[in-house]
Design a protein around this ligand. Structure first.
Ligand SMILES: *[C@@H]1O[C@H](CO)[C@@H](O)[C@H](O)[C@H]1NC(C)=O
Ligand SMILES: *[C@@H]1O[C@H](CO)[C@@H](O)[C@H](O)[C@H]1NC(C)=O
Length: 280
């Protein structure tokens, strides 16, 4: 009996080996394969890249305490660790011009220090629970459970102009239009006509921009690009179990699933379909 069980186990393990063949996906007619950058991270959300230092920031849920923590992963050196000094760290954003990494958590907004790998609280009076951050001409952040959107600029915090409705996740396009989500769906606020319109019923769990300021977002079932010139949403990847997205300087997509951070890197392999566990 023991040997019988053992042999079943071995068969399963072997089947498992076949199944962890890198999955192949096609995006814009280019084939990509998965490269796992970090595994064993529970529910990684809110991916942000600092293009300058090639450091990826994300939050995850600590299994022991069930609270949010912020982690950094250097994509060049693989240096990985936890950010100290912030409670319930969840959100991050990078000011590319002044090389400041902002962080948000239960106690409000913080600034990251690369030397000590710790976060120091900013001297702003909003000790709110921060859900998401986005940097454009200032630091945009949303709060939870209020779902309000604020802008921190010139040492001042104001509610984001013309955005008084509920906001969970927020991005700002190159033209300065807001892309935001709430429980009613995804919206664009067109500042030239002063009007918000619904652009889909997506359940957004992450909004990010690439190095050129183009906006991408993720939902639990896909990754999307907002083509705001043609008013179009392009579905890049349709897949279950997505928790967040970031785009590298060279355009490669990094995304999170339930327990890992994955890079999609171009491959010469023949990728005929987007089937999961396809044997290449
Ligand atoms: C979400 O935002 C839209 C547009 O601003 C607004 O019409 C809608 O009422 C908001 N949804 C909720 C649940 O507040
Ligand atoms: C904003 O509205 C103007 C006027 O209708 C239109 O030309 C423009 O394409 C809109 N921009 C977006 C991003 O929808």
């Amino acid at each position: 009996m023991k040997y019988f069980l053992l042999s079943i186990l071995v068969t399963f393990v072997q089947a498992g080996v076949i199944n962890i063949q890198p999955k192949c996906v096609t995006i814009r007619n280019v084939a990509y394969e998965e490269e796992i950058l970090k595994d064993n991270v529970h529910f990684p959300y809110q991916l942000t890249l600092d293009y300058d230092t090639k450091t990826l920031f994300f939050s995850y849920t600590a299994r022991t305490s069930e609270i949010f923590k912020l982690a950094y992963l250097n994509l060049k050196s693989n240096d990985y660790g936890l950010v100290n000094g912030i409670k319930g760290g969840f959100a991050t954003a990078v000011n590319k011009q002044s090389h400041i990494v902002y962080m948000g958590g239960e106690g409000g907004a913080y600034q990251f220090d690369y030397d000590t790998k710790s976060a120091t609280r900013l001297n702003i009076k909003y000790d709110v629970n921060i859900w998401q951050m986005f940097y454009k001409d200032g630091l945009y952040f949303t709060t939870y459970p209020e779902e309000k959107a604020y802008l921190y600029k010139n040492q001042e915090v104001i509610q984001v102009p013309n955005l008084k409705d509920k906001v969970m996740a927020l991005g700002v396009t190159k033209d300065g239009n807001y892309i935001y989500s709430n429980s009613s769906g995804l919206f664009i606020y067109n500042k030239s006509i002063g009007k918000a319109s619904n652009i889909g019923d997506y359940v957004v769990n992450g909004i990010t921009s690439d190095i050129n300021g183009n906006i991408y977002f993720s939902t639990p079932s896909g990754i999307y690009y907002i083509d705001d010139e043609n008013n179009d949403i392009e579905e890049l990847l349709k897949q279950e179990d997505i928790y967040g997205v970031a785009v590298e300087g060279n355009g490669n997509i990094i995304y999170a699933n339930e327990d890992s951070i994955i890079r999609l890197k171009p491959t010469k392999k023949n990728c005929v379909s987007n089937q999961k566990n396809e044997i290449l």
